[in-house]
Design a protein around this ligand. Sequence first.
Ligand SMILES: *[C@@H]1O[C@H](CO)[C@@H](O)[C@H](O)[C@H]1NC(C)=O
Ligand SMILES: *[C@@H]1O[C@H](CO)[C@@H](O)[C@H](O)[C@H]1NC(C)=O
Ligand SMILES: *[C@@H]1O[C@H](CO)[C@@H](O)[C@H](O)[C@H]1NC(C)=O
Ligand SMILES: *[C@@H]1O[C@H](CO)[C@@H](O)[C@H](O)[C@H]1NC(C)=O
Length: 354
Amino acid sequence: MRPLHYPQTYMVCLFPLLCNLSPFVAADNKAQSKRGLAYQNDAHKADNKLLLSAESPVAWYYTWSLWPAPEVNDTSGVEFLPLVHSTDDVAKDDFRKQLDGLPRSSTHLLAFNEPDGDTGSGGSAIEPEDAAKSYIERIAPLRSGDGRTWNISHPSVTGSPRGLDWLRRFNESCWDLDREKGCPADFVAVHWYGEYQGLAGWLDTLHDFYKDSPSSSSEKQELKFWITEMALPQQDDEATLRMMNETLPYLDGLDYVDGYAWFGAFRRGEKANEWTGDAVSLFDDEGGLTELGSLYLSSGGDGKDGDSGGDFEPGKKGPPGNDGDEEGAAASLGVVSRWAVGVAGVLAVGLVAW
Ligand SMILES: *[C@@H]1O[C@H](CO)[C@@H](O)[C@H](O)[C@H]1NC(C)=O
Ligand SMILES: *[C@@H]1O[C@H](CO)[C@@H](O)[C@H](O)[C@H]1NC(C)=O
Ligand SMILES: *[C@@H]1O[C@H](CO)[C@@H](O)[C@H](O)[C@H]1NC(C)=O
Ligand SMILES: *[C@@H]1O[C@H](CO)[C@@H](O)[C@H](O)[C@H]1NC(C)=O
């Protein structure tokens, strides 16, 4: 799925010192960390700054789009993963140009969001045959050759039998179209909504699937996994906290998992949580960390217990006085034009997605 959201806007940083995240401090907390953020470039800049601060173990993020967040840049030690949502997006002339313009620290690209899901829930509803064709023509070439190259994920299906069936048909189509290479990939993007045991089972299933698939072994390398959406939906705070508490150490300890992102970086009571329920939120209504948010930022992300080095007690808020809830503050020409680019981007990506 994908959160419901307000139009994405692009604003420059009003207070550069606050926005800048020291690359030196950042390195320590993030170097070992698999922890990431499923992040909407939404209204609450203070929340986002807290999550992406140098002390936070959050080492990577994505925005369900090709557009990075303005709060983060190449020196922050947080990798941005662009996500190409649909076959229409890769067919656009400026697709390659947009990728070329991303910070050098971006090296991984996510392909096709929930192609087995319908567009109403943020899926991209792509037939496996069409996805394979588009992947081979437009995405696989990004892995090598002239210019900038990328580590590419296979499409991230929903965590369900339907998702697995989609992957099977995708695999068949890939080999039908290219008998030598199929649809080569560098990593696998995984979605999961449910209990911890279910997540472990789903990872086992996918791990087996990819072990047997020549689309990975053609290059004799084990594919790494990135869980790009996960949560326990529609449960209370206690159950949700327990699920996260079981899941984080498990994923930290799995060698074939390189990254994971909780769904999501939202406040309680926001539209993004409509389906999952509010208990998945990392922030309360006032922008303070929930217990869940505190756990996500405090427990290291590197398989070790204890602190990430930052103070992320429940209730902690992001830097005050710089919350971008109001957009009027930044009315300069530069801002307006970046904003326009952002909105155009949403129209381009968003319209297709819904
Ligand atoms: C990153 O952001 C900081 C402050 O916002 C700025 O000083 C720095 O030049 C930026 N670096 C890049 C590579 O854009
Ligand atoms: C793929 O990711 C690895 C790190 O995981 C990085 O060293 C490498 O440069 C990336 N490859 C490309 C093509 O960016
Ligand atoms: C993918 O397709 C190839 C070619 O048909 C087949 O040999 C392989 O078993 C398939 N992989 C999976 C996991 O279904
Ligand atoms: C998380 O699990 C550990 C043991 O694995 C336990 O000591 C701790 O109390 C749990 N914390 C929460 C918030 O459930």
